[in-house]
Design a protein around this ligand. Structure first.
Ligand code: ATP
Ligand code: SF4
Ligand code: MG
Length: 320
């Protein structure tokens, strides 16, 4: 079997806040990404998804752990070595308008990564920018000399995708790329990401708080709770039979499209989420878990495999 494109080991991200306390945003997560796969990363707001994504990019570097990308530990690299590798890893963000420089036109925005990272003649840069705009569904003749505020949110996200893909990266990290868009536009952008992934052979980390969105795009899904991964499995297995009580609770919040089915209740209230400054001992989900027992407060559950490729970190999983 080929080596994974990315191997993350024990990734930890902590922030010191002015009152001297520590935010435990990401607490020792590990996973691999195979070439060409889409891995979904899902969890409630504040569980550490963006902190983990930024730490993979070394923006800023993690507090601890290893990020092996194509055989190199990014977390151990100097500035110059990182700059050489960074074009291979690109990211798109939730707020498409805010992530584009309002003073630059589309031609400059999409060309900027090429100008910084490649020595190419002007005409070659222009041709590549036009081809990339066409690939993401924008007419270069109409788009090139306009600025971001002249476009809709969906069109801005297309521009962000063009900018991220112009360097032909291996890994694309999408941090809530459709959360700010209308539902009809969400589907278009998800289709575009799927199409570009297939065309360019991308490996994708797809982050969302919405399990229904993640389900549609991901080959495998990692479920994160308060800085830790509690379950990681092929999408189909995870949705058919979740093993972690938190995954099951998240799934009960997905609307049921069939009107003959009873409406399932949302069981997770954001107000019940413990603070990442003072996370619960043992299993971090224990304060909200209907299956919690004394052992859950004493011992931190370690990830273990309950079926091929299906890992769960729980002392009393729903299956296995
Ligand atoms: N620079 C920072 N300084 C202090 N705390 C931070 C910083 N960045 C993030 N945090 C905290 O770290 C925790 C994880 O935040 P993060 O943004 O990674 O979560 P998230 O899962 O991406 O949430 P969302 O779904 O809202 O985007 C949160 O409690 C957040 O307040
Ligand atoms: S370890 Fe215990 S508290 Fe945590 S999810 Fe499993 S049963 Fe619930
Ligand atoms: Mg986030």
């Amino acid at each position: 079997m080929n080596a994974p494109l990315l191997s993350v080991r024990d990734l930890t991200v902590e922030f010191r806040v002015p009152d001297g306390r520590t935010v435990h945003a990401v607490s020792g997560i590990s996973f691999d990404m195979e070439r060409g796969e889409t891995l979904g990363l899902v969890g409630e707001s504040g569980c550490g998804k963006s902190s983990a994504a930024r730490a993979l990019m070394q923006l800023p570097p993690p507090t601890g752990g290893e990020v092996w990308f194509q055989g190199t530990d990014l977390a151990a690299q100097s500035g110059a070595a990182l700059r050489r590798l960074r074009p291979q890893l690109q990211m798109i963000f939730q707020d498409p308008i805010a992530s584009l420089n309002p003073r630059h036109d589309v031609a400059d925005i999409v060309a900027a990564p090429l100008r910084v990272n490649r020595r190419l003649p002007r005409a070659e840069i222009g041709a590549r920018v036009e081809a990339m705009l066409e690939a993401v569904g924008l007419d270069p003749a109409l788009a090139l000399d306009r600025r971001p505020h002249e476009f809709s949110g969906g069109q801005c996200q297309r521009i962000s995708i063009a900018r991220a893909l112009i360097l032909e990266p291996s890994l694309l990290i999408c941090d809530e790329p459709v959360s700010a868009l209308d539902v009809s536009v969400q589907a278009q952008i998800l289709n575009l990401l799927r199409e570009m992934k297939a065309r360019m052979g991308l490996t994708m980390l797809f982050i969302s708080h919405d399990l229904a969105v993640v389900k549609n795009v991901s080959d495998r899904v990692a479920v994160m709770y308060l800085g830790r991964i509690c379950e990681l499995a092929p999408s189909e297995a995870l949705y058919r039979a979740p093993a972690h009580p938190y995954t099951a609770a998240l799934m009960s919040a997905i609307p049921v499209p069939d009107p003959t089915q009873p409406v399932r209740q949302v069981k997770l209230a954001a107000s019940d989420l413990p603070s990442p400054m003072d996370p619960p001992s043992g299993c971090r989900f224990r304060t909200r878990c209907p299956r919690a027992e004394a052992r859950c407060a004493a011992d931190m559950p370690q990830p273990r495999e309950i079926a091929p490729g299906h890992q769960v970190a729980c002392h009393f999983p729903l299956i296995g």
